[in-house]
Write a protein that binds this ligand. Structure first.
Ligand SMILES: [Zn+2]
Length: 292
């Protein structure tokens, strides 16, 4: 299906609270509402299409930042093998040396990668689609926790608390009783509680925070989907920018207007390019390993 962003509805994503699932889907749809006919679908692995349109993207939600790199390597390897298999089924040999390479844009908590091209094999023109992305729950949970903790990290809060109780070279300590009598103690407790949630499943988070995490997750998913249409970051700001803040800064809450225009142009160019293919290779052939 053209202009479709597939969010992989695997074991991890399907066990998230319904509120998180619904909000993530709705917010991701909102972020791409500027593309007419754009669809965002939660797709179970067994229901994935065998072929992807040049205008499609796929994002897998992973548990931790450390899962991103492993997923990227595995997915590229599997997709490359699957595409070669598909070419073979069509009686052609894939010359992978000629394909446009895109190592992906690795960043904190996510990645988006793509190689979409028309490859020539004898008289045939092969539509080659290697695409994918990952979005880490850990990063979005931390973005919301940091905001709820007033911008302080856990270590900063602990250091402030220690300094208040024990004192510093320039300031006398309050002692435990003195500290807990201060408003600062309440602020610190609230901050530490926010950080404690990061280790917990989203079902343990208050509903309001679940909505915040899901909204931040939608932004990360959309950012990584965008890399599957345009590899470089958008240098005019907004959600497509490098190091886009995921929570608490309205400047990064949506794609910049200029970026939206570039994404629309990229999608239109992909549609045009794809029409020249005589064989559309399968990225996810039946009975081959699932690449996400
Ligand atoms: Zn990026």
């Amino acid at each position: 299906m053209a202009n479709t962003l597939y969010i992989v509805d695997d074991d991890l994503f399907s066990r998230q609270p319904q509120l998180v699932r619904d909000t993530t889907l709705a917010e991701t749809q909102n972020l791409f509402a500027f593309v007419s006919g754009f669809k965002v679908i939660l797709q179970q692995p067994s229901k994935f299409p065998t072929r992807f349109d040049f205008t499609d993207s796929v994002v897998k939600v992973v548990e931790s930042d450390g899962d991103v790199g492993a997923f990227h390597n595995q997915s590229v390897r599997t997709q490359t093998a699957n595409l070669a298999h598909s070419a073979q089924q069509n009686g052609v040999t894939l010359n992978t040396g000629t394909q446009k390479r895109n190592a992906g844009v690795p960043e904190r908590g996510g990645i988006g990668f793509q190689s979409k091209d028309i490859l020539t094999a004898g008289s045939q023109k092969l539509a080659f689609v290697l695409t994918g992305g990952a979005a880490s729950l850990e990063t979005v949970k931390e973005a919301v926790a940091e905001f709820n903790a007033g911008g302080r990290s856990r270590n900063e809060i602990l250091a402030d608390k220690k300094n208040a109780i024990e004192g510093t070279r320039t300031r006398k300590g309050l002692g435990l009783a003195g500290y807990y009598g201060r408003h600062q103690a309440l602020v610190d407790i609230r901050g530490l509680t926010a950080w404690d949630l990061v280790e917990k499943p989203l079902s343990d988070w208050p509903k309001d925070d679940q909505i915040s995490v899901a909204t931040a997750l939608a932004r990360l998913i959309a950012h990584e989907a965008r890399h599957q249409y345009i590899a470089p970051h958008y240098n005019g700001g907004g959600l497509g920018a490098s190091e886009a803040s995921l929570w608490g800064d309205k400047n990064f809450a949506a794609f910049d207007k200029g970026d939206q225009k570039e994404v629309s142009v990229a999608l239109a160019n992909f549609t045009k390019l794809q029409k020249t293919a005589t064989i559309h290779l399968e990225t996810n052939p039946t009975n081959q390993p699932f690449p996400y």
